[in-house]
Design a protein around this ligand. Structure first.
Ligand SMILES: Cc1cc2nc3c(=O)[nH]c(=O)nc-3n(C[C@H](O)[C@H](O)[C@H](O)COP(=O)(O)OP(=O)(O)OC[C@H]3O[C@@H](n4cnc5c(N)ncnc54)[C@H](O)[C@@H]3O)c2cc1C
Length: 398
């Protein structure tokens, strides 16, 4: 009997767990994770229909639905007056159009759901990969301790600062995009007034604020982004000071300020990205998720793309082709789509943060026109993102 394919996954984030799920029972998988245990920062994440379809493939959709919140609308609001600039139906509508709902979930819950059923033996915590190497017949992940983990395939799912990427394509630094995101949550019982059951996006000069419910409506997740050239912290994420946040947004709508004051703790993140790569794979080694295509979070697609990658790679590696051929097909399928999402996310930053009142007026009129021409238009013109189905796309490769 032929032995199972051995796959070493560097990084146990959302993307690494997705490829492990896609290979469950089909390959011998080991996940190399530098943290001592899983510990996602408390924050929310939007799981768009294309991403829900991936969880469906893993048999995890019902668990996702149990802990998520299904928003009724996507809304753009003016930063100061709170006037609605654009509204799109989500609940019911997306399921009809894209064959899956849009769900908002806590990151820790999503991470937990994605680790369902993975054998304990496949998870190695507290081990850091520093490089990768390969020969004709195998590849290795080289750990800080000097140990080499040998496999038929090595997948770099080790995030934006990927050691695997550096080892394959040379070290280079991700770029600070001039955006800092504050992230915090507010328990529903602490709200001064209820919040609309929507993913609401307030657009203002040099910044925007997004909020939505997670955990079946028991918690509100808030992301407040503003432009600055300063990010001096060594770490990319650090706890933030409430007064600093309130000072930055003090001219914004009072409802937001009231909401901001109800959180217990605050974190801020410098937002980094990289331009699209021309290739992700060399021989038996490839990249996935933020390691391959880090993007700004303004289309809400970073994790969705990582999960799509994971399923596509798992399906292709299970089809029995030589490894290098599978990795070539994976890259051919995924690279154009993820590059478009990377560049699209950058474009959104500009439109979200317009400073000139005239430019904002033009943008708002464009929203009106778009709604008039197509009443079903989605917030970010996201039809190309949401209608995608990984299994069909892999099948289409022939
Ligand atoms: C403010 C903000 C909001 C966002 N909102 C959304 C959203 O609404 N929807 C969405 O789809 N996406 C969103 N994203 C993007 C999403 O969070 C990322 O794209 C996603 O987490 C990428 O997953 P990943 O598995 O590729 O990388 P990561 O989540 O970074 O995981 C990498 C893992 O690898 C481990 N690791 C790193 N280096 C090594 C090493 N050398 N050896 C061993 N282990 C290592 C890390 O510890 C980590 O566990 C948002 C991001 C931000 C910053």
């Amino acid at each position: 009997m032929a032995r199972k394919l051995r796959v070493a996954i560097v990084g146990g984030g959302l993307g690494g767990l997705a490829v492990a799920q896609a290979l469950r029972g089909k390959a011998e998988v080991v996940i190399i994770e530098q943290s001592a245990q899983f510990g996602e920062v408390g924050a929310g994440i939007n799981v768009s229909p294309n991403c829900v379809k991936v969880l469906r493939e893993f048999g995890l959709e019902s668990r996702l639905r149990q802990s998520a919140f299904e928003p009724a609308f996507h809304v753009f609001r003016d930063w100061k007056s709170g006037r609605c600039l654009f509204r799109a139906d989500i609940k019911g509508e997306y399921e009809k159009r894209f064959n899956a709902p849009h769900l908002s979930v806590h990151r820790a819950d999503l991470h937990n759901i994605l680790s369902t059923g993975l054998p304990d033996a496949s998870l190695r915590f507290g081990v850091r990969c520093i490089a990768v190497a390969q020969s004709e017949n195998s590849a290795v992940a080289i750990l800080e301790s000097g140990e080499e983990v040998e496999a038929d395939v090595v997948v770099g799912a080790d995030g934006i600062k990927s050691a695997v990427r550096g080892s394959l394509f040379g070290e280079d630094e991700p770029e600070f995009t001039g955006n800092v995101a504050w992230r915090f949550t507010v328990p529903e019982e602490s709200l001064v007034e209820p919040i609309e059951p929507a993913v609401t996006n307030w657009l203002g000069p040099g910044g925007h604020v997004v909020h939505y419910y997670v955990r079946s409506g028991r918690l509100v997740n808030v992301i407040a982004v503003y432009e600055t050239q300063q990010w001096t912290a060594e770490s990319w994420t650090q706890s933030g000071d409430r007064d600093e946040l309130l000072g930055i947004f003090d001219r914004w709508n009072p409802k937001l300020i009231t909401l901001f004051k109800r959180a217990g703790s605050y974190y801020k993140w410098g937002l980094f990205d990289r331009p699209p790569l021309g290739a992700w794979s060399v021989g038996r080694i490839t990249l996935l998720g933020d390691a391959a295509h880090p993007m700004l979070p303004f289309l809400g697609q970073g994790a969705a793309m990582a999960l799509e990658d994971g399923l596509a790679l798992g399906l292709l590696l299970s089809q029995g082709r030589p490894v290098a051929e599978s990795l070539h097909l994976y890259e051919r399928l995924r690279l154009p789509r993820t590059s478009r999402a990377q560049l699209g996310s950058r474009g959104r930053a500009a439109e979200n943060h317009l400073r000139s009142p005239l430019a904002r007026l033009k943008r708002n009129l464009k929203f009106k026109l778009r709604k008039f021409i197509n009443p079903h238009s989605t917030l970010h013109n996201g039809e190309w993102l949401y209608s995608y189905d990984v299994r069909n796309a892999v099948g289409g490769l022939g």
